[in-house]
Design a protein around this ligand. Structure first.
Ligand SMILES: [Zn+2]
Length: 255
């Protein structure tokens, strides 16, 4: 359930601490932040909460705060939902490019629970028209998100499961800034569109290399360098594109 609350309001109200909340919001010049701030509403979300489904009118844009991560997934007729993109504190979900309320194409679901700041789409559109930097940064972010999706097409087509999963784990660690990641092997299998047995075998391989450990539904990254060596080039390509388009916003390392 989405709950309205104000868990990080005090922190959020201080511009300097906005970086620990959402780096895209924090990148805006103060006039743009101030224009949005009165309309930003704090909510908290649980794992698996759905922000919108394909075909839904997108009523709000959601900025993940802190360690919250949203996934774009594509629900298939057989009941599976394949992950297409991952959005954490470096980004926003909903109404980035569209002018006003438009139907969603993918499902937006909470992958890692936590707090979000949301703003009504009409308010966001007004703020974009008034603040060119807001418009520019959201457009630049959209470019980074498209890059992530485009690279994922190539990745899913030709790269082996271990490389794809290593890439995904690195992306998640960047957003979480923590070694532990709550994720069952069943969830990984659904996300990558493969049988559970493949995921089990792949996870054992990464454990043998010392890259990760896996216990009771929690993946722990033990050696990031080994995991980076196991990942395909897709991880670095998307991260580097992000760095060129929106310098300093991708959460590679926290200060
Ligand atoms: Zn790849």
């Amino acid at each position: 359930m989405l709950n309205e609350k104000h868990p990080t309001q005090a922190m959020f109200d201080r511009q300097a601490e906005l970086w620990t909340c959402n780096r895209l919001l924090a990148s805006l010049p103060p006039p743009a932040t101030e224009r949005l701030r009165p309309f930003l509403e704090m909510i908290s979300a649980e794992k698996g909460d759905t922000l919108f489904e394909p075909g839904d009118d997108v009523s709000h844009a959601y900025f993940p705060l802190g360690r919250t991560v949203i996934a774009f997934t594509l629900p298939l007729r057989d009941g599976r939902a394949i992950e297409a993109a991952t959005v954490g504190r470096e980004g926003v979900v909903g109404g980035i490019i569209s002018l006003g309320v438009k139907p969603a194409f993918a499902r937006a679901v909470i992958r890692i629970p936590g707090d979000l700041a949301r703003v009504g789409i009409q308010r966001l559109e007004e703020a974009k028209r008034a603040e060119p930097r807001l418009q520019e940064n959201l457009t630049r972010y959209a470019d980074c998100l498209i890059a992530q999706v485009l690279q994922s097409v190539a990745c899913a087509t030709v790269h082996p499961l271990e490389a794809r999963c290593s890439r995904w784990l690195l992306m998640m660690q960047d957003r979480l800034q923590a070694p532990q990641l709550p994720m069952t092997q069943d969830a990984l299998a659904e996300m990558f569109g493969v049988a559970r047995t493949y995921v089990t075998r792949m996870a054992r391989g990464l454990q043998r290399k010392g890259a990760i450990s896996y216990r009771r539904g929690v993946i722990r990254i033990e050696d990031r360098a080994v995991l980076e060596a196991s990942a395909c080039e897709c991880y670095g390509l998307v991260r580097d594109h992000f760095e060129r388009v929106l310098p300093g916003i991708y959460p590679t390392r926290e200060p």
